[in-house]
Ligand binder design. Structure first.
Ligand code: ADP
Length: 924
């Protein structure tokens, strides 16, 4: 029988070669293939232990310089667990005991080695077991360490007695107990919510019954010192062999609760701040009302004093009033600035983006500054470059505010020289195809030193901060301007050299209006139903439109249909007078842009007929701007889309000079404002444009007045002693008898866009009591109050009276000669200007004498378009007939001319007939 060979690493400690052979022979016989390392000294033994690991040590009991007991001691010292068998020549009982005590695993005689192999086998097996046990122990210790050191609290308790068997360090520390304290304790002892064991049984029973694997609950633990802490417990029943016990793992929630508390606190603070800022906004809104209202009265009353010629003011008194006016205005603008600044700071400045006519934007600001520049003898020029679009999308009011501020500074800080407002577009960067529009205000004034150039944009800072400052001001303007520029998505930058001048550039990203919604030009729609015109028979229902714009014709037809009116269309301006007479309409609508004639000439032609019995309105579609041309005798201008209110105005405008304009349609205005003096002062101004002005200081009084008199327009303050303005507005619009009366809100209260929009659902306009607001109010009243042609008829003849000059603007001598002789032949007086600048100058000085302007389109420096725009920028020259003369008749030329404000267009060569037809209409 062969036994399988087993290899074994053996450390053999024996000095006798024979003995060693004997041992090895026994091993081999027993089926081992020994890998032997032999030593017989102490050093050799220690060295062997250090160098190699071995499975077994067989050691002679005594050697000349070494012995078995010493070897055992060394082994122990090295903490090694290697099976150790001691062999010896002679053996006694006593020796055997000694060896076993010292740690030998077995002991045998050299001459009796048959027990050796079975002993080796047994000892190897036992060593293996011991090793396994040792590993298990290590593993157990490791787990225990983890549990012991876990940051979570770990509890183990008996499932019958509920007594704690184990608490880890975190649990002990948090509870404040020692290990010894807790052995007699149960979870009930540390939980304030558990009073009897039954309370706890209810929790553990489902686990014991196997209905739940584990349970999770939030509770509290009581510390040894009586304090408590919140804890989340994961409870589990553990079954190990035949034992059962509970483990509870706890997460201390103190921090989380703290976090939650902190979050709640922060939320509370945020809520408080929101509340606070709401109060602040309300306070500011009220304050603005409280400040603006009395100031408004100051301005209004002082203006009234100046106006009353009967007042016999002395020169000094006049001066005092001027000072009052000036100071009032300054104070009002200061209030506006402070309110703006606080709005910016609280992030409440709202912008309303809309489609803006660039021309009108520029005209609005330049109109204000032209007289100032004149007075200071400064050259002021405004140039809008060709690369600008005609419309853009931005916030018109804010944009104007910035430009006004920059221009006002330029005028203030420039004693001589010039001021230029240039408007042009530029690519934002060479990489992308985005453009920006730049409004550049350049002056030749005192300039700003380099080290002050950033500072002037800070609030309350001025370049000259000394107490002997030469120029007034608050130092708020530029800071607000820069904020507004940023809100508009752009920048405000400055280049300046001391005593050379400054250039402020406002750049904003260009959003052209093409893809924007068409602009509403005539205020929002009122919500109430359109009135029923059945009673007024057919007088008000017939309209004639003169246009060949298909889109305009179809949309207007639909809208008029909806309002049960009829619309006739005349597509040619030729014979307009005869054509219109055929339909005998109550209203004629004229499109200035019709392609084969100028609507203005047609309008003028119709107006020249003194017997006409229709109202004449100019109308444009959404894609054409309404030109800045005026004409006496027109009922008004409108742009699509029309609101119901607009259509109603069109349908009900009585023909001029008809009996409809009798006493019963007397234009009556009702002023509702709690300030009586303010009312009276306003009514003084209003009486120039209305027939009767009624006053109410409370809501009740207002409704009583409305009951008794027929009113055509209402001006309403928002704060009344017995009601708030919004309620009055609602009450008005709910009453079918009153709903149609246009209401203008006139208030000192700063309103948010939202509040304003809400008001505008029922009101025709909202005007802030502010600088210049009286005139705005008056012009709105006169627009809204019907009828409006009371004074226009007689005036029409004045402008066409006498021989007036024709101003011919042409740089070309030959062309001038030919046209002027045509004109002179037909008995006109002609004056020449060689270029646009000269024309503007002549118009300034000879405004009265010049009745008509012929303008060549192609001129150096300032072409005809630009010249005409400059002319139209002056409101008093909007009804001056200005014709553009061009050599090449290009498609679209006429439209361009009309867009820029031309009254009509003549192409060269000019035939005497053509010219005469036009002149007969315009200078009849
Ligand atoms: P204010 O003019 O009310 O003092 P601004 O913020 O508009 O406030 O201007 C701040 C300062 O910047 C002015 O006081 C002035 O020193 C300087 N400044 C502004 N514009 C000009 C300008 N065009 N030329 C010279 N200095 C200017």
């Amino acid at each position: 029988m062969t036994t399988p060979k087993r290899s074994i690493k053996l450390l053999l400690v024996d000095d006798s070669v024979d003995d060693r052979e004997l041992i090895l022979m026994n091993l081999r016989r027993g089926g081992y293939v020994p890998d032997v390392h032999s030593v017989d000294t102490k050093d050799g033994f220690v060295g062997a232990l250090q160098e190699n690991s071995c499975d077994l040590i067989i050691c002679d009991y005594s050697m000349p310089g070494f012995d078995g007991l010493t070897a055992l001691a060394i082994l122990k010292e090295h903490n090694l667990d290697i099976p150790f068998i001691l062999v010896s020549g002679a053996i006694g009982e006593e020796l055997a005991v000694k060896a076993m005590k010292a740690g030998a695993n077995d002991y045998m005689m050299k001459d009796n080695l048959q027990r050796l192999v079975p002993a080796i086998e047994r000892e190897l097996k036992e060593a293996k077991l011991r090793e396994k046990h040792r590993q298990a122990q290590i593993e157990r210790d490791r787990l225990l360490t983890v549990i012991q050191n876990s940051l979570n609290e770990i509890y183990i308790f008996d499932c019958r007695t509920l007594k704690y068997r184990y608490l880890n360090e975190a649990a002990l520390n948090n509870l404040g107990y020692d290990e010894d304290d807790v052995h007699e304790m149960t979870p009930i002892d540390i939980n304030p919510y558990l009073e009897t064991p039954d309370d706890f049984n209810r929790i553990i029973q489902p686990l014991l019954d196997g209905k739940l694997d584990k349970d999770l609950y939030l509770t509290k633990h009581i510390r040894k010192d009586g304090t408590t802490y919140p804890i989340e417990i994961h409870l589990q029943l553990i079954r190990q062999n035949d034992q059962q016990f509970f483990t509870a793992i706890g997460f201390d929630l103190t921090d989380r609760e703290k976090d939650a508390r902190r979050i709640k606190e922060q939320k509370d603070i945020a809520r408080e701040m929101a509340e606070h800022s709401k109060h602040k906004s309300e306070f500011l809104a009220n304050m603005s009302h409280e400040l603006r209202t009395p100031l408004n009265s100051i301005l209004l009353l002082s203006k009234l004093l100046l106006k009353s010629k009967s007042g016999n003011l002395t020169g000094d008194q006049q001066k005092y009033i001027d000072v009052i006016q000036e100071s009032g205005k300054n104070l009002l603008s200061l209030i506006n600035e402070i309110l703006d600044l606080s709005k910016i700071e609280s992030g409440e400045m709202e912008l309303s983006f809309e489609t803006i006519e660039l021309k009108s934007l520029v005209a609005n600001v330049s109109d204000v500054f032209e007289p100032i520049a004149d007075e200071k003898k400064l050259d002021f020029s405004v140039t809008v470059y060709d690369n600008c679009p005609s419309r853009l999308v931005s916030d018109q009011l804010r944009l104007e505010q910035v430009l006004r501020n920059l221009l006002s500074n330029a005028m203030k800080f420039t004693q001589e020289g010039r001021i230029d407002l240039d408007v042009f577009t530029e690519k934002t960067s060479s990489l992308v195809n985005e453009h920006q529009i730049i409004f550049s205000v350049k002056d030749t004034g005192i300039g700003i030193p380099a080290d002050k150039q950033e500072l002037v944009f800070e609030s309350f800072r001025q370049a000259d901060g000394s107490t002997q400052r030469k120029f007034g001001g608050t130092g708020l303007g530029l800071s607000i301007c820069r904020h507004i520029a940023e809100l508009l998505g752009g920048t405000l930058t400055l280049k300046s050299r001391e005593s050379m001048g400054s250039t402020f550039n406002l750049s904003i990203p260009l959003k052209e209006a093409a893809d924007a919604e068409p602009q509403r030009k005539h205020g929002p729609e009122r919500l109430h139903q359109p009135p029923d015109f059945k009673d007024e028979a057919d007088r008000a229902e017939r309209m004639t439109l003169i246009s060949d714009n298909r889109h305009l014709i179809s949309t207007l037809t639909e809208q008029i249909d909806d309002h049960s009116g009829t619309l006739n269309v005349i597509s040619s301006g030729k014979d307009a007078l005869r054509e219109v007479a055929r339909y005998s309409p109550s209203t004629v609508l004229i499109d200035p842009y019709a392609s084969n004639f100028s609507g203005w000439s047609v309008a003028k032609h119709l107006l020249n007929d003194n017997t006409h019995e229709y109202a004449i309105w100019m109308i444009t579609d959404e894609t054409h701007p309404m030109p800045a041309v005026d004409m006496k005798g027109l009922s008004g201008k409108m742009s699509m889309p029309l609101s119901s209110q607009n259509i109603r105005a069109l349908l009900t405008t009585p023909p001029p000079g008809t009996s409809a304009e009798s006493d019963e349609t007397e234009r009556t205005l009702l002023l509702i404002d709690d300030n009586k003096i303010h009312n009276e002062a306003l009514s003084e101004f209003a009486e120039e444009i209305v027939d009767r002005c009624l006053i109410a200081t409370t809501a009740r009084e207002a409704f009583e007045t409305l009951e008794a008199a027929s009113v055509n327009c209402i001006v309403l303050d928002l704060t009344l002693p017995d009601a708030n303005g919004q309620d009055v507005l609602l009450q008005l619009s709910d009453d079918p008898k009153l709903a149609d009366i246009p209401v203008i809100i006139y208030s000192g209260r700063s309103l948010t866009n939202h509040q304003k929009e809400e008001l505008l659902t029922h009101a025709s306009d909202v005007i802030l009591k502010n600088i210049g607001s009286h005139s705005r109010l008056m012009s709105r009243i006169s627009e809204l109050i019907q009828p409006s042609d009371k004074t226009e008829k007689p005036e029409a003849s004045i402008s066409t009276s006498q021989q007036q000059w024709v101003l011919l603007v042409d740089d070309d001598d030959q062309s001038y000669f030919s046209i002027s002789s045509l004109l002179e032949n037909s008995g006109r007086t002609v004056r020449r200007a060689e270029n646009g600048h000269e024309a503007l100058r002549m118009l300034q000085t000879h405004k009265e004498e010049i009745g008509l302007v012929l303008l060549d389109l192609m001129m150096p420096e300032m072409d005809g378009f630009e010249t005409i725009e400059k002319i139209r920028q002056n409101p008093s020259m909007r009804d001056l007939p200005v014709f553009i003369v061009t050599a090449k008749a290009m498609k679209g030329d006429r439209e361009e001319c009309l867009k820029h404000g031309a009254t009509d267009y003549i192409s060269k060569p000019i035939s005497p007939e053509k010219l005469e037809t036009l002149l007969s209409i315009w200078a009849s």
